[in-house]
Design a protein around this ligand. Sequence first.
Ligand SMILES: *[C@@H]1O[C@H](CO)[C@@H](O)[C@H](O)[C@H]1NC(C)=O
Ligand SMILES: *[C@@H]1O[C@H](CO)[C@@H](O)[C@H](O)[C@H]1NC(C)=O
Length: 287
Amino acid sequence: MNFLTIFALVLPCIFANPTPIVLWHGMGDNANGLNRIKQVIETEIPGVYVKSLMIGNNVFEDMLNGFLMHPNDQIEFACNLIKSDPNLANGYYGIGFSQGSQFIRGLGQRCSAPQMKGLISIGGQQQGVYGIPFCNPEFLQLCDLVRPVVTHFAYDSFQSFLVQATYWHDALNATNYANENTFLADLNNEAYINQTYVDNLQALEKMVLVMFENDNMVIPSESQWFGFYKPGQGFEVETLQESKTYTRLGLDKLGSEGKLHFLSVPGKHLQFSTQWFIDNIINVHLK
Ligand SMILES: *[C@@H]1O[C@H](CO)[C@@H](O)[C@H](O)[C@H]1NC(C)=O
Ligand SMILES: *[C@@H]1O[C@H](CO)[C@@H](O)[C@H](O)[C@H]1NC(C)=O
C-alpha cells in the first residue's frame, strides 16, 4: 500500500463526525446546570457537538418553565430548537435527566426530523408517578391515603399550570389516567395508538433506561425502567415487559432486537459519579 491509499483509508475515520448529543435537564435545573456533563462528554468524545436545551430565553425562564410550561409546549419549543440547528440535521442522541427524560422521549416521538437515533433516560418518570417524593406509601399509610386526593387535584386543574401534575399516573383507575392526563397518557399511547410514536421509537438504535435503586423521588422507582403498579392498585409493580405499554409503544420490537438496555445504579435520585457516567454511558453507548 502506498501512502495515498493509507491516507484515503484513514481520512474518513478522522473526519467521521461523532453523533451529536442533545441534553434535557431536570426539574429545578437549567441548561447551564449540565455544563459539567457537557464538558465531560466533549473531553471523552473529541469533536462531538453537544447541545443542552434551554427552554426559554434565559436560564431563569428555563428553570421556571420546568415547573410552569406544559410539556406539550416545551416539546414543541425544543422541536423548533433542534430543527433550526444545522449541527443536528443528520440526527442525534438524546439524553434526559429526571423529568427531562420523558420530555426528550416526547421530542423523539413527536419531532420526527431531525431523527433521534438513541435515547438515554437517566432517572426518568417514564410511566409517571403515583406518589409524592419522599413519602413512601409502603411504610406510611398517610402517603397512600393522600394519593387519590392528589389524583383529583392533578387531573382537575393542576395539569394546566404545574408540569409535575402532567406525569401523575392514576394507578387506581386506568380509564381516568388515559382520558384525563394531558401529557404522559398520550405519549405512552394509553388511549389510542399513535403510529408516529411507534415508528419513531422503533427507529432508535438504542434506548437506555437508568434507574436509581434507592430513589425516593420517583414512586414507584421502577417507573425509571418503564415499570409501574399493576392496574387497579398502588403497591404491586409490573415490569415494562408485563405491561401493555410494551406493545402499545412498540418497545417489544426494540426489546427483541436487543436495543433496550436497563441499567441500575445504587444511590438516590440522580446520584451518580462522573466515572460511572464515563464507564457506563459514554464508553458503552455514545462512542
Ligand atoms: C400523532 O403524533 C404526531 C406527532 O406528534 C401528531 O402530528 C399527530 O397529530 C398524532 N396523531 C393523532 C391521531 O393524534
Ligand atoms: C374511572 O374514571 C372514569 C373517568 O374519569 C370515571 O368515569 C369512572 O367512574 C372511574 N371509575 C371508578 C371505579 O372510579
